[in-house]
Design a protein around this ligand. Structure first.
Ligand code: ADP
Ligand code: MG
Length: 361
């Protein structure tokens, strides 16, 4: 590795011993992690707010901001303690600056900037989506370009062509609900609990995936996707057939989502002749998606990179890691105190987005 963090005061040369603190507060996880330049995750602490939001069946932004405020300092202290180091060992502070909930982002970004000022080390703003994408490389290393990335989470569902570090092109995305959102809504409807993804995944293992032939929307229609009709089809079916077993509905729903995700990803990979396929985001933890995508890759002769399940959902190791990868790119304008949180920050418009469009932290 070569290059340096920080523009202006005290840039830090990046090497295998560079220790980066990652901070993540974009949604409902308060997370801190320490990652070494040589790619080792030294510590990773995630404090989930799932219990706080479960009663509402989804994330309540105001509740999320307050919980981040309470949890962040203890989570950072715990990450340092787990790593057995003091603040003086930290070379840079990386933090998610977007996209995400503005109130939640403000808590993390303000804290990360304060730490970086107090410790006199560079601050690095990280795009949350880019970090999800890099979480696969944490486990697998580089496999060459171009890659097709399927990013599937509670807030996003998109197919991206990664032509190199920092070089992204949006190929397709959901035109309505994100896949994770569909899992959460269907699980809430079936009374399976929150978050819905893991609950449906577990229930589906006991059901028949062919019990109901739910629609696979836009299957032969480019690379965009749609999941809101599927959600409606599930609720309509259950209302008409109240005695149906939840496991069969869960299995049939999961099969429909996975069919669409795998078919679209396969088509995207063929179109750009991808060297490999990368999964990222919470839904990438889905058991059926993992096996089906791996089988499709094997059939098409493409490598499929799956992040470990802990790295699929929000965490701060991926934030620190994305920051460490960034010195390869040298395209960023975000390692600067002036860089404000960005509730919206599309990956492919990353370098082009005007600085300061967000809210000052
Ligand atoms: P976001 O940051 O957009 O909220 P995350 O990357 O934290 O999303 O992922 C959370 C989402 O992933 C939730 O919608 C959750 O239901 C979904 N999810 C988690 N595990 C699974 C799984 N095993 N199967 C399907 N969806 C899952
Ligand atoms: Mg996420």
């Amino acid at each position: 590795m070569s290059g340096a963090f920080g523009r202006g005061v005290a840039p830090v040369e990046v090497g295998p011993d560079t220790l980066v603190l990652g901070v993540e507060t974009s949604c409902d996880e308060t997370a801190a992690a320490l990652v070494l330049g040589g790619t080792d995750v030294v510590s990773s602490v995630v404090s989930s707010q799932i219990d706080l939001h479960a009663a509402f069946g989804g994330v309540v932004p105001e509740v999320a901001s307050r919980a981040h405020l309470e949890s962040l300092n203890p989570v950072v202290e715990r990450a340092l303690a787990d790593a057995g180091v003091g603040p003086e060992r930290v070379d840079a502070v990386a933090c998610t600056v977007g996209p995400g909930l503005i109130g939640a982002l403000l808590v993390g970004v303000s804290a990360a900037k304060a730490l970086s000022l107090a410790w006199e080390v560079p601050f690095i703003g990280v795009n949350h989506l880019e970090a999800h994408l890099y979480s696969s490389f944490l486990d697998h290393g580089d496999v060459g370009f171009p890659l097709v990335v399927l990013l599937v989470s509670g807030g996003h569902t998109m197919l991206i062509e990664m032509r190199g570090h920092g070089d992204y092109r949006l190929l397709g995305r959901t035109i309505d609900d994100a896949a994770g959102e569909a899992f959460d809504k269907v699980a809430r409807f079936l009374d399976l609990g929150y978050p819905g993804g893991p609950a449906i995944d577990a229930a589906a293992e006991l059901g028949d995936p062919e019990y109901v032939a739910f629609p696979r929307a836009m299957m032969n229609d480019g690379l965009d996707m749609s999941f809101s009709g599927l959600k409606t089809a599930v609720t309509n079916y259950v209302r008409r057939n109240p005695d149906v077993a939840s496991a069969d509905v869960a299995a049939s729903f999961r099969a429909a989502v996975v069919d669409v995700l795998v078919a679209k990803t396969r088509r995207a990979a063929a179109e750009v002749d991808a060297a490999g396929i990368v999964l990222g985001g919470g839904v990438a933890a889905n058991a059926l998606l993992r096996t089906e995508m791996t089988a499709a890759g094997a059939a098409d002769g493409r490598v499929v990179l799956l992040p470990s399940r802990e790295m699929c959902t929000d965490n701060a190791a991926m934030i620190a890691w994305a920051a460490l990868e960034r010195h390869h790119q040298n395209t960023s304008d975000s390692d600067d105190f002036e860089f404000a949180p960005r509730p919206r920050w599309p990956l492919d418009g990353k370098a082009a987005a005007p600085p300061g469009r967000g809210v000052r932290a």
